[in-house]
Design a protein around this ligand. Structure first.
Ligand SMILES: C[S@@+](CC[C@H](N)C(=O)[O-])C[C@H]1O[C@@H](n2cnc3c(N)ncnc32)[C@H](O)[C@@H]1O
Length: 337
C-alpha cells in the first residue's frame, strides 16, 4: 500500500493547538498520520497522541508513520462519533478509567488523497470501479445501495442537501429509469449517466462532482455525526485546551461554525424572559475567524484550496461563570429598556 496524502494547513494547525511538550492530543481523523506526526514532534516523553480513524488502511499507514517517536502513541480504529468510548477504551489502564483531560483535539474532515486516488475505493468520478465509497469497510452499506435502493425522492433529497446540485431531480429520474433495466454497478456507469443527463458548463467543474460528494456524505453519514462529535470532544478538553477543525466544503463548515457558536453562548433563554432560567454557560471561546491556506500551499497542493480552519479554546469553570453572569446581566438590561 502506498499511502500518499499531503497534510493541509500544517503550520496553522500547530499554531492553533498551541502544542505543549507534555500535552495529550487527540487526532480524530488520523489518515496517514501527517498532522499527528507534526504534533508528536513537538512533544517530549511525557506527551501523548491518541489517533482515531475509521479506515483500516489509514490505521496501518499511520501506525508505520508514527513508530519510533519519543512520545506515547495510541491508535484506535473507529468512528469519531464514538470518541468517548474509543478514548476510554484506549486510555484506560489497569481497569482504571483515565480521568486526565485533553490539551487539544484535531478534526481534519473528509477523505484522504489516498482514499480518493485508490480506484478500488470508489470515491473518484475519474476512476472506474465498483460503487463503494465506504471509509470503514467493516460496514455493509455502500454507494451501490444508495444508487440502486433509494427511491427517487430520497435520491433527490441527498443530491440537493449534500451535493447542492441544481439538476437533482433530472439525475435521480435518470438513475431510477436506468436501474429498471439493470442495476448500476460502477462509478463509470454512474458518471456516464450523469454526463448524458446534465449539460456540462464551462466553469462548473465535472457534472458528477457534486453527486459523488452527496453519495459519499450519505454512505459515511458524515454530516449528521459532526455536531455530536464536536460537543463530545469539547467535553473532554481541559480548560485552556484547544479544538481545531479543518473542513473542505460549506456544509461541513456551517455545522462547525454553528456548533462553536452554540458552545460559546451564555444564556439561551428567549429574549422576552426578564431573567435567565436556562443557566446555560459558555464552554468555549472562539479564537478568531476561519483561516484559509496560503496561496503558496494551494499552489503546492490544489486539494487544499477549499480548506477552512476554525479554532476554539475551552474555558475554565470560573471564566465560564464570569461570561455567563455578564451575559445574563446584559440580557436583563436589554430586556428592561
Ligand atoms: C483528510 S484525511 C486526514 C489526513 C491526516 N490529517 C494527515 O495529515 O495525514 C481524513 C481521514 O479521516 C477519516 N475519517 C473521516 N471521517 C471519520 C469519522 N467519522 N471517524 C473516523 N475517521 C474518519 C478518513 O478515513 C480519513 O482517513
Amino acid at each position: 500500500m502506498n499511502f500518499s496524502h499531503k497534510s493541509v494547513m500544517l503550520r496553522e494547525v500547530l499554531d492553533a493547538l498551541d502544542v505543549k511538550p507534555d500535552g495529550i492530543y487527540l487526532d480524530c481523523t488520523l489518515g496517514g498520520g501527517g498532522h499527528a506526526k507534526a504534533i508528536a514532534n513537538q512533544l517530549d516523553g511525557r506527551g501523548m497522541i491518541v489517533g482515531l480513524d475509521q479506515d483500516e488502511d489509514a490505521i496501518d499507514a499511520a501506525t508505520k508513520n508514527l513508530s519510533g517517536l519519543t512520545c506515547e502513541i495510541k491508535i484506535a480504529h473507529g468512528n469519531f462519533s464514538e470518541l468517548d468510548r474509543l478514548l476510554d477504551a484506549t486510555l484506560t489502564t489497569n481497569h482504571q478509567p483515565l480521568t486526565t483531560k485533553l490539551d487539544g483535539v484535531l478534526f481534519d474532515l473528509g477523505v484522504s488523497s489516498y482514499q480518493i486516488d485508490t480506484a478500488s475505493r470508489g470515491f473518484s468520478y475519474m476512476k472506474d470501479s465498483p460503487l463503494d465509497m465506504r471509509m470503514d469497510r467493516q460496514k455493509n452499506f455502500t454507494a451501490r445501495d444508495v444508487i440502486n435502493r433509494y427511491d427517487e425522492d430520497a435520491l433527490i433529497k441527498i443530491f440537493r442537501e449534500y451535493g447542492e446540485e441544481r439538476f437533482s431531480k433530472r439525475i435521480a429520474a435518470a438513475i431510477c429509469k436506468a436501474r429498471k433495466i439493470s442495476p448500476i454497478e460502477t462509478t463509470g456507469e454512474l458518471v456516464k449517466l450523469i454526463e448524458q443527463t446534465v449539460p456540462r458548463t464551462k466553469n462548473g467543474g465535472h457534472p458528477a462532482k457534486r453527486i459523488f460528494q452527496a453519495i459519499r456524505i450519505e454512505v459515511n453519514d458524515e454530516l449528521k455525526i459532526l455536531e455530536g462529535a464536536i460537543k463530545k470532544a469539547v467535553d473532554r478538553l481541559k480548560p485552556g485546551g484547544r479544538i481545531a477543525i479543518i473542513t473542505f466544503h460549506s456544509l461541513e463548515d456551517r455545522i462547525v461554525k454553528e456548533t462553536f457558536r452554540t458552545l460559546a453562548q451564555g444564556c439561551i433563554c428567549p429574549k422576552n424572559f426578564p431573567v435567565c432560567v436556562c443557566n446555560h454557560k459558555p464552554e468555549i471561546k472562539i479564537l478568531g475567524k476561519a483561516k484559509t491556506p496560503t496561496a503558496e500551499e494551494i499552489n503546492f497542493n490544489s486539494r487544499a484550496s477549499s480548506a477552512k480552519l476554525r479554532v476554539a479554546e475551552k474555558i475554565g469553570g470560573r471564566e465560564s461563570e464570569k461570561i455567563f453572569q455578564r451575559e445574563s446581566k446584559e440580557e436583563f438590561c436589554e430586556n428592561k429598556t
